[in-house]
Design a protein around this ligand. Structure first.
Ligand SMILES: [Zn+2]
Length: 986
């Protein structure tokens, strides 16, 4: 046996047996988590320890995946994206570690992914060309000047265009100036050019060694194979001493202040107070701090958050909260949208509020609600699309990486029990934590970030001067050498991998793929809501560990157009403003104490085989099955008795939503661009733009002002939304639960619906019947008809160092029928054409395309892109590419398999129940899904040709939207600037 078992423990919290090993030859650590989860997960992590902000760890993370000994293709990672069924595939750089995680539900696929990843981390090619491509290099511009390009270089320019991320990063870094955490492991664009190739290669040699690795397996695969497989990989290495443990920061004896500047037109900035805390190792402390964080800032009723928001000094919270993924933990809170003269007041307010809580004590209801909420989340472990196994890996790494016991990190029952016992004895647990961790702790920093229009100019001028000085020192021969390097790099990028090289990448056979589309269980049942009315229910029989997932969907096709954008904030308005019986703090405490949470969202989509829009306001909730009565009681309270006339709360909600929409505009620039472009082509997408696109942001800005100038008008609008949307007889009640529990819940559900319908009937008798929306009205009379396409581009302006370039082609309108096979062609475009043209050659961070089978719109949008016109040309040229590309049978097979991987996304039970509801709302039947799958599996070369032709035919009707800066807009080619419509976004 080549591994020594250090410990084995059963961990009921994750229904697993967990074994911790050490590899005898190298000392590599291995954590083996054995359970029945089919979503198998694997990760190999290295402790990486940058000693500068030159981005070496991040550039290494990219470069290892650019070819290796066994897999000599340009990008094995992209080949896997193309051809694997993975449920997760990525690599991530953190301040003190680099992590290579994969997951798949298919065993053969899982082993393939692991094999490629291990070869990549232990035997990467790491040529100078790869360093230049992924890191940075000089280019000689046509006018003879120098510029810098590179994937990470550009990615980080994008990151440095995001003030929220910059501020949070500075908050962390400010606390640990003498350690590795004082640097930016992602890379500061101003420092990245200091990194040279030798330093880069040396970094790999030092840190990517088995003795410095943490290997993780999770799921239902064979545990013995894990060990034998890993031993084969590790055997060639011997043990090395790798000095990689991050150093400890000596706590400050007096608090410090840090001021930074970022790009921006705003005169308001960010301020946060941050504390350095204890080292890892005490799980009870860690869980107590998670609960304390929820107590202080978890909901809008939490005392510290409430004090900050009520102060009116800012618009939304800032700071990073509780940070556990460093050797020393840290805590942080602040505000954004703060005028400079108020920043000092924010700091005082934070300290005073904490002092008052420590002195007067915390409301016991808040404590109970917070413990219940944290416990519910730990038990549910609802990681959404992210594999549960990888969530477990990150929890374990939180201790493991610092040589503590990783299994301890997975247990939470005992610590929570102990905490409850201490509280029951009357211990002032959280108050004394506030005192020792915050009030008496001088290891503290205050970080202010102020936007300035000068900052962008300063940086550009400095970069220009620097490049000019370098240019002046270079001889003609050196310039020629640089040009030759770039040419060599371009040649490498343009030369396709040979078929022999591509054949090395392992993949599945079509025979491994199920022909049948996976079915989501869905049973329609009727609820006798009153003598006259039967309401509709959907039941999804799924094993949910006795958690009752319950949605109420309110279709609203007949709302007045001007009221539509309100629906997005309406959910928060009914949940967070209080009710007739409870003020908003009490109702939120009650929700926290008894449920796993209540939220709201809006769904829009086009109904299949019609052009009609489906739009629904959906209240989503969950609770343990035995708590359903309490959940129904609370839902009844907010659905029937929410007080919308709480002006102060509404102002706060609108400001928070506005601040969040502004903060996400640049990080999610491609999403904003796609939503806006698609709004031109269908009624449902036009609604989506007004509910969550840039139009929503403009609406929220107006609304924030109107609350002061026209409060009665705003209130009347909200009441009108309530009448139009909340129609209880015609709502759809969606239940996800196992059969046995459902039988017990069903009568209570009926009582709940009856109560709602009866109450609504009484209100109508009192004379408001006319305001209730007529059900099933003809949606063609509904508002938001599609806007006509427009040849000139729309330019959204914002302070950003990078661009987001979109163009949408209405191929359906141009005559191409919906075709499941186009998804395969899209996969090929994404991983071959767009990846090479936009990312590798163009230097953009990414370029996703989106194909909506239903509306027939094919949209492209680049992400963190240095170019504008060049990217648009590449979109138009996609049709030529598809019409002439030589696609081998092997490539086609890989793309089909990879596309199935995208379509069959792994879902936890609650996600299945919700997806089934959404399918129901837009009439996406099992038959239709199977039809599209059949087309997908039968994709052939002729589908590539037809999509090429369809894109060409749709070119005249295409819509172009760009998100760029004022300076960027000036570089637009003349033909595009003509008639371009500029819209100030930020
Ligand atoms: Zn990256």
């Amino acid at each position: 046996m080549s591994f020594t078992l250090i410990e084995e423990r059963s961990v009921p919290e994750i229904n697993s047996i967990v074994r911790l090993y050490e590899h005898d030859g190298t000392g590599a650590r291995l954590l083996s988590v054995i359970n029945k989860d089919e979503n198998k997960s694997f990760g190999i992590s290295f402790r990486t320890h940058p000693s500068s902000s030159n981005g070496v760890a991040h550039i290494m993370e990219h470069s290892t995946l650019c070819g290796s000994r066994k897999y000599p293709v340009k990008e094995p990672f992209v080949e896997l994206m193309k051809s694997s069924l993975n449920t997760f595939l990525n690599a991530l750089t953190f301040p003190d570690k680099t992590v290579y995680p994969v997951a798949s539900t298919n065993l053969k696929d899982f082993y393939n992914l692991i094999d490629v990843y291990l070869d990549s981390v232990f035997y990467p090619t790491l040529s100078e060309d790869i360093f230049r491509q992924e890191g940075w290099h000089y280019e000689v511009e046509p006018d003879g000047s120098l510029s810098r390009k590179g994937v990470v270089y550009n990615e980080m320019k994008g990151a440095y265009s995001d003030p929220d991320e910059m501020h949070a990063d500075w908050c962390r870094r400010s606390l640990f100036p003498d350690t590795t955490y004082g640097f930016d492991s992602g890379g500061d664009p101003e420092v990245i050019p200091q990194l040279d190739y030798q330093t880069f290669v040396a970094f790999h040699k030092k840190y990517y060694h088995p003795s410095n690795s943490f290997i993780f397996f999770y799921g239902d695969d064979d545990p013995d194979t894990r060990l034998s497989m890993m031993d084969a990989w590790l055997a060639p290495f011997s043990r090395a001493e790798v000095d990689s443990m991050p150093g400890l920061q000596t706590p400050f004896t007096t608090p410090i202040s840090v001021d930074k500047a970022c790009d921006g037109n705003d005169d308001k900035g960010f301020v946060a107070v941050n504390w350095g805390l204890a080292e890892h190792g005490d799980l009870e402390y860690s869980i107590a701090l998670t609960i304390l964080t929820y107590i202080l800032i978890g909901t809008s009723a939490s005392p510290l958050r409430k004090a900050l928001i009520d102060s009116g000094y800012g618009e939304d919270l800032a700071g990073f909260g509780y940070e556990e993924s460093m050797r020393q933990t840290a805590w942080s809170i602040g505000l954004k949208g703060v005028a400079p003269e108020n920043m000092g007041k924010v700091e005082v307010l934070i300290l005073n509020t904490l002092a008052q809580l420590a002195k007067d004590g915390i409301d016991p209801d808040t404590i109970e609600a917070s413990i219940n909420t944290v416990e519910f989340a730990l038990r549910e472990k609802n990681t959404g699309n992210f594999p549960r196994g990888l969530a477990v890996m990150f929890e374990a790494l939180g201790e493991w990486l610092y040589d503590k016991n990783p299994i301890d990190a997975l247990e939470f029952e005992a610590p929570i029990r102990d905490l409850r016992a201490k509280l029951a004895k009357g211990e002032r647990l959280f108050e004394s934590m506030i005192d020792s961790l915050f009030l008496k702790n001088q290891f503290r920093s205050t970080v202010r970030l102020l936007p300035s229009t000068e900052e962008g100019r300063r940086r550009e001028a400095q970069e220009k001067a620097e490049l000019a000085a370098i240019r002046a020192r270079l001889s003609d021969a050196e310039i020629e050498a640089l040009k030759a390097q770039v040419e060599a790099l371009n040649r490498r990028q343009e030369t396709p991998d040979s078929p022999e090289a591509l054949a090395t990448i392992p993949s599945l056979d079509l025979a491994d793929i199920p022909r049948q589309a996976p079915k989501l269980p869905c049973e329609v049942f009727s609820i006798q809501a009153s003598e006259a009315v039967a309401s509709m229910g959907l039941f999804h029989d799924l094993p949910t560990s006795s958690i009752f997932y319950f949605d109420v969907a309110f279709p609203f096709t007949t709302i007045e157009p001007r009221l539509l954008p309100y629906v997005s904030i309406f959910g928060r308005a009914i949940l967070e403003t209080g009710t007739d019986r409870f003020d908003y703090i009490t109702i939120m405490q009650e929700i926290g104490k008894h449920t796993g949470g209540i939220g709201a969202s809006v769904h829009t989509g086009t109904v299949w085989d019609s052009k009609k829009a489906s739009a629904s306001f959906i209240v989503r909730s969950k609770a343990m099955a035995e708590k359903t009565d309490k959940l129904f009681e609370l839902l009844t309270e907010v659905l029937l008795h929410a007080k919308l006339d709480n002006k102060e709360r509404l102002r706060q909600i609108v400001l928070e939503e506005k601040a969040q929409a502004e903060a996400s505009a640049i990080p999610e620039g491609h999403r904003l661009v796609i939503t806006r472009m698609r709004s031109h082509f269908s009624q449902a997408d036009a609604m989506a733009e007004r509910l969550r696109g840039s139009e929503q942001l403009f609406f929220l800005r107006d609304l924030a002002a109107r609350i002061d100038t026209d409060w009665s008008g705003v209130l009347a609008d909200l009441e009108a939304v309530r009448s139009a949307v909340l129609d209880f007889s015609h709502a759809i009640y969606n239940v996800t639960l196992d059969k046995a529990n459902f039988e017990a819940v069903r009568p209570h559900l009926e009582g709940f619906v009856q109560g709602l319908v009866q109450a609504q009937g009484q209100v109508q008798v009192q004379g408001q019947a006319s305001s209730s929306a007529a059900p099933n009205a003809d949606p063609d009379t509904a508002p938001s008809a599609a806007i006509a396409p427009n040849a000139a581009p729309e330019v959204l302006l914002a302070p950003t160092q990078v661009n987001f370039v979109g163009r949408a082609y209405p191929i359906g309108m141009a005559g191409a029928p919906a075709n499941g096979a186009f998804r395969v062609v899209k996969k090929y475009l994404d991983t071959v054409y767009l990846w090479e043209k936009i990312r590798v050659q163009g230097g953009a961070y990414g370029c996703p395309s989106v194909y909506d089978l239903n509306t027939g719109v094919f949209a492209f949008a680049s992400y963190r892109d240095p170019n504008l016109g060049r990217t648009l040309e590449a979109y138009d040229a996609a049709s030529d590419f598809l019409e002439t590309a030589e696609i081998s049978e092997d490539e086609l097979r890989k793309c089909i398999i990879g596309t199935i991987g995208d379509v069959d996304i792994y879902m936890l039970p609650d996600a299945k129940g919700f997806a089934s509801l959404v399918n129901y709302l837009v009439h996406y039947t099992d038959e239709k899904r199977q039809e599209h799958r059949d087309e997908l599996l039968a994709a052939s070369k002729s589908d590539f040709r037809s999509l090429g032709r369809a894109l060409r035919a749709a070119r005249d009707g295409a819509v172009t939207t760009l998100l760029t800066s004022q300076t960027g807009a000036q570089t637009l080619p003349a033909a595009l600037r003509e008639g371009a419509q500029e819209i100030q976004l930020l």
